[in-house]
Design a protein. Structure first.
Length: 275
C-alpha cells in the first residue's frame, strides 16, 4: 500500500479528503491552537479537524488565513454540538461556526453526537446546508451501526464520514465493515489512545521492528485499514513525528497482531447506549 502525506480518499459525493489530519480537541485558543495549525500546515498536513465544542474555531481560522497555502488546499472540519440540535438551532450553529472560522464554506460538517429525539431534525438541517453549497460534505460522529441504520432509513443524503474513536485497542471491525459497505468513510479520533497504551510492551516490540515509535505504528495501522486519522498534538516535534508514517508499511502478519490488541478500550465517550 503506497501512501504519502498527500494521499486522500474520495468521499461518496466525489470530493477528496486527506487521509492524515490534525485533531484540535483540547488545543487552547490562547495561541496554542493557532500555532499547532501553523506547524501542521508547515509539516504537510492539509486536514484540520475542529469543533464548536473545542472553542478554538477562531484560532483555526486565523492560522489558515495567515498561511500561504491556498484555502482550497486545506480541508476544514467542524461539528454541531449537542446543545444546538434541531433544525433551526443547527442552522444557526453552523452559521456561527462559519463566522468564527472566517470561512464561507466548510469542507465537512459533522453531527458531533447522536442526540436523542433531535438528531433526525439536525440531519435535515445539514442536508439543507449541503444542498445550498454551504458545506462540501456532511457526516456524523460517534454513530454506532444502530445509529447509522436509523439515519439511513430516512436520510436523503448518505453521510460522507463517520468520525469515531478507533485504534487497535478499540478495533471497531463491525462498524468499519458497515461503513465501507455503505460508502461512509470512517475517521479515527484518539488513534493514540490518549497515550494510555503507548508503553504496551507488545506495541513497543512491533514499533522496534520497524524502527518507529509506538504512536507512528498506531497511525500507520489505521491508515492501512483505509481509515482517515486525526492524531491530536500541539507539540511541534510530535506533529512532525505523527506525519512521518509514509516511509514504511506494516506487514500483514503484524497488522493481524495489532488487530488482536482489541480490548474495547474507550478513552472518550461511549455512544453504545445513546438512545
Amino acid at each position: 500500500m503506497t501512501l504519502t502525506i498527500d494521499s486522500a480518499v474520495t468521499l461518496n459525493n466525489g470530493i477528496t479528503m486527506p487521509l492524515l489530519g490534525l485533531g484540535m480537541y483540547q488545543a487552547r485558543s490562547d495561541g496554542e491552537a493557532q500555532q499547532a495549525v501553523q506547524w501542521a500546515l508547515e509539516a504537510g498536513y492539509r486536514l484540520i479537524d475542529t469543533a464548536q465544542y473545542y472553542r478554538n474555531e477562531k484560532a483555526v481560522g486565523e492560522a489558515i488565513r495567515r498561511s500561504a497555502i491556498p484555502r482550497e488546499e486545506i480541508f476544514v472540519t467542524t461539528k454541531l454540538w449537542n446543545t444546538d440540535h434541531g433544525y433551526d438551532r443547527a442552522r444557526s450553529a453552523f452559521e456561527a461556526s462559519c463566522q468564527r472560522l472566517g470561512l464561507d464554506v466548510i469542507d465537512l460538517y459533522l453531527i458531533h453526537w447522536p442526540v436523542e429525539r433531535l438528531r433526525g431534525e439536525s440531519w435535515r438541517a445539514l442536508e439543507k446546508l449541503y444542498a445550498e453549497g454551504k458545506c462540501r460534505a456532511i457526516g456524523v460522529s460517534n454513530y454506532t451501526v444502530r445509529h447509522l441504520e436509523e439515519l439511513l432509513h430516512t436520510a436523503g443524503v448518505v453521510p460522507a464520514v463517520n468520525q469515531v474513536e478507533f485504534s487497535p485497542y478499540l478495533y471497531q471491525k463491525e462498524l468499519l465493515a458497515y461503513c465501507q459497505a455503505h460508502g461512509i468513510q470512517l475517521e479515527a479520533y484518539s488513534p493514540l489512545t490518549k497515550g494510555q497504551r503507548l508503553r504496551d510492551p507488545n506495541l513497543v516490540a512491533i514499533a522496534q521492528t520497524y524502527q518507529k515509535t509506538p504512536a507512528q505504528i498506531l497511525i500507520r495501522w489505521a491508515l492501512q485499514h483505509k481509515v482517515v486519522v486525526i492524531p491530536k498534538s500541539t507539540n511541534r516535534g510530535r506533529i512532525r513525528e505523527n506525519a512521518d508514517v509514509f516511509d514504511f508499511e506494516i506487514s500483514p502478519e503484524d497488522m493481524a497482531r495489532l488487530d488482536a490488541f482489541d480490548e474495547t478500550l474507550r478513552t472518550s465517550w461511549d455512544p453504545t447506549n445513546a438512545l
